[in-house]
Design a protein around this ligand. Structure first.
Ligand code: GDP
Ligand code: MG
Length: 437
């Protein structure tokens, strides 16, 4: 999706005359890409109208920053449309809060409840889990197992069949025990049913939650809209957690957008346990790279002792052939840093497109063979002029490849250097500022 949008913008900026038709063609292309990804129609139409209002054709005709102007307008519009604008209730440490989870059966409530509790427990909170699901056999066992594994206090019953009673007793008990985050797991049904909504209403009345989180499976697509609205009509849903973002066949950012565009009826959107941050999301969607996600990923997967060096290199912004060589090694190994770089636009999507991994690997190996014929001076220089023809000929001979292969490799280097240069001046977070989950 990001690819086709970027292509549309690219095409338009290549056009010699930017008139209304060229802009319309570009917008239509983008609209088609969004609709093909099942993004809600109204959202797409509003975006198109707004962009037309913002983008001034005279500016485009005169200036040379067409691409930037249009990309920025699309970026702003998508952000505006997707930004819920409000944030939901946030529990405060040491002050008792009740959070209730609702959602259909199998959406991931029980799993997410435990993750949520565990997340806060690691930060020094005193969470507790209440199993108010008496509908599904085995529900209490599942929660008990999860809670025991994570060493989180829990409450539930094999005998009691009234979820309202359990919710009431559980909340009361954990309030007495000075828990500061009491999480109420509830039952679901396979379908949206009146009985389920009535039960949620009653449980909510008994538990008096400060926040109700609606849990939704990311694969449901357009049905998200109806489901979110149905839950919102019976209880005061304040946030949604979208689960199963991992490993879904359709996966990726367009899948997320699709779901999101149907969830704008809600105030606060979380992707798994991270609160949804609209700018990096749209950035990624438009193939502009996601720098904050990138930082998170570095902290998550690069060993602590290797982080400073990598971040230092990034913040200097000097992309040398040696760095490219090292990153190729990582990409081939698909080690931790390989994962990091796969998040950068240009690094993986273009270098290793899905379905062409074999050819891409062969290409990268070919590049590396040529780089093996380079001198240290060449590898460590960030001066593109250094690579004159005689040097290229020498490298080609040394690697036993035609000179056009060397030129191709250097083109790739230039492209990646451009991506890399966006990281220049990157703020390096201090220890403890790292968000990880
Ligand atoms: P509940 O009925 O809403 O309580 O859903 P559960 O928490 O029992 O989850 C239903 C199934 O989905 C279980 O097999 C979970 O392991 C699985 N599941 C839940 N969350 C995720 C997720 O984020 N990713 C994946 N891959 N599976 C999940
Ligand atoms: Mg459950």
């Amino acid at each position: 999706l990001g690819g086709s949008i970027s292509r549309a913008i690219q095409q338009m900026s290549n056009a010699t005359i930017i008139d209304e038709k060229a802009l319309n063609d570009c917008l239509n292309e983008i609209t088609r890409a969004l609709l093909q990804s099942d993004v809600q129609f109204k959202l797409v139409r509003d975006m198109q109208t707004n962009i037309k209002k913002i983008v001034n054709l005279d500016d485009l005709a005169a200036g040379h920053n067409k691409r930037r102007i249009i990309q920025q307008a699309i970026f702003n519009e998508l952000c505006k449309i997707l930004d819920p604008g409000k944030s939901s209730f946030t529990p405060k440490k040491g002050k008792p809060s009740v959070v209730m989870f609702v959602g259909l059966q199998g959406s991931g409530k029980t799993t997410t409840c435990t993750k949520y509790a565990y997340y806060y427990q690691k930060k020094g909170w005193k969470p507790a889990l209440v199993c108010a699901d008496t509908f599904r056999a085995g529900a209490f066992d599942q929660l008990k197992q999860n809670a025991t594994k994570a060493k989180i206090p829990f409450y539930g019953s094999y005998m009691e069949s009234d979820p309202v009673k359990i919710a009431e007793e559980g909340v009361e008990r954990f309030k007495k025990e000075n828990c500061d985050l009491i999480i109420v797991d509830t039952s679901g049904r396979h379908k949206q049913e009146a009985a389920l909504f009535e039960e949620m209403r009653q449980v909510s009345e008994a538990a008096k939650p400060d926040l109700i989180i609606f849990v939704m499976d990311s694969s449901i697509g357009q049905a998200a809209f109806d489901q979110a609205q149905a839950f919102k009509q019976s209880v005061a849903v304040g946030a949604v957690i979208i689960t199963k973002m991992d490993g879904h066949a359709k996966g990726g950012v367009s899948q997320q957008l699709r779901v999101l565009s149907f969830l704008l009826v809600l105030e606060s959107i979380w992707m798994n346990l991270k609160s949804f941050d609209v700018k990096p999301f749209v950035s990624r969607l438009l193939g502009m790279g996601d720098w904050s996600g990138f930082m998170d990923k570095i902290q998550e997967v690069v060993p602590m002792d290797q982080q400073p060096e990598l971040l230092q290199k990034l913040s200097e912004g000097n992309f040398t052939l040696r760095i490219m060589y090292e990153q190729f090694q990582n990409l081939l190994k698909m080690g931790p840093i390989g994962q990091v770089f796969s998040m950068l636009p240009g690094f993986s999507a273009e270098l290793m497109p899905k379905g062409h991994e074999k050819e891409s690997q062969a290409k990268i190996k070919r590049y590396m063979t040529m780089m093996d014929s380079m001198t240290n001076e060449e590898l460590d220089s960030s001066n593109p002029k250094l690579m004159n023809e005689s040097r290229m000929m020498r490298i080609a001979r040394g690697a036993g490849r035609p000179i056009r292969d060397v030129m191709e490799m250097l083109e790739e280097y230039k492209r990646l250097a451009k991506v890399w240069s966006k990281m220049k001046g990157l703020k390096i977070p201090k220890k403890g500022e790292m968000s990880s989950l």
